[in-house]
Design a protein around this ligand. Structure first.
Ligand SMILES: CC(C)(COP(=O)(O)OP(=O)(O)OC[C@H]1O[C@@H](n2cnc3c(N)ncnc32)[C@H](O)[C@@H]1OP(=O)(O)O)[C@@H](O)C(=O)NCCC(=O)NCCS
Length: 207
């Protein structure tokens, strides 16, 4: 019985087919991704920047790349498998909130042309799998009050609101290490479950 809920090992790089026929190449971010991220930031619309960073900084904050440790600070990116040398379609990361805590803060960004095509949910599922294998049990999300679509999506996945400050809503969600733990009573939950399940079955790519 216990084995049913044991988190699976953190996934290796893999390819994942999107519903529109595109293929995403998923892999962890590396220190040498700085230039790709800089280019991606320039391509991000003002509205997406505002919703993600709550400001309009002209330069991306890339210091986090040197702090990735595959455990407390983890970032994944999705590349277009047809253009693997190009910019990331999207990236997602979590950072443990404090040493020894089981909570981590999550942020997801998808480039505008790739939004609403399943990239965000895919990266989000990657984070859930990774976090569970690193003893992170709770995810925290800071989402702008005027991002109702994403707020609803997170609530449908089981997130609950903790507080709202300066028009930013903080939500908390359990980390679903395996597909079988994802609540499936909503359309978003069933979609997330299907992605987690597919990731569990994805063939790892050679590093
Ligand atoms: C929000 C975001 C990460 C979602 O990623 P995505 O790849 O566009 O989304 P997916 O296609 O995987 O769909 C997942 C859910 O994201 C939400 N979503 C999709 N496109 C969105 C958009 N343009 N704006 C806001 N939310 C969006 C939807 O709720 C969707 O679920 P639904 O179709 O059941 O309603 C992405 O649109 C984005 O980067 N937006 C700008 C930055 C931002 O808002 N980040 C969130 C704060 S951490």
């Amino acid at each position: 019985m216990l084995g049913l809920f044991r988190p699976v090992a953190s996934p290796a790089a893999c390819e994942f087919g999107l519903a529109d026929g595109s293929c995403a190449l998923l892999r962890r971010l590396r220190a040498d991704d700085a230039e790709r991220l800089r280019t991606g930031y320039i391509l991000l619309s003002e509205e997406s920047r505002r919703l993600r960073f709550f400001d309009q900084a002209s330069e991306p904050r890339l210091g986090f790349l040197d702090q990735l440790d595959a455990k407390d600070h983890v970032a994944w990116g999705a590349l277009d498998a047809m253009a693997p040398d190009g910019v990331f379609m999207g990236i997602a990361r979590y950072v443990r909130s404090a040493p020894e805590t089981d909570a981590a803060e999550v942020a997801i960004t998808v480039l505008d042309p790739w939004q609403s095509r399943g990239v965000g949910i895919l990266l989000h599922a990657c984070l859930h799998r990774c976090a569970a294998s690193n003893q992170v049990c709770r995810f925290l999300y800071d989402v702008s009050e005027d991002n109702p679509r994403f707020l609803r999506h997170l609530r449908e996945l089981g997130a609950v609101r903790c507080k709202t400050e300066s028009h930013v809503v903080r939500l908390e969600m359990p980390v679903y290490g395996r597909a079988c733990r994802v609540p499936r009573s909503t359309a978003a939950g069933r979609r997330f479950y299907a992605v987690m399940r597919a990731l569990e079955r994805a063939k790892p790519l050679a590093a």
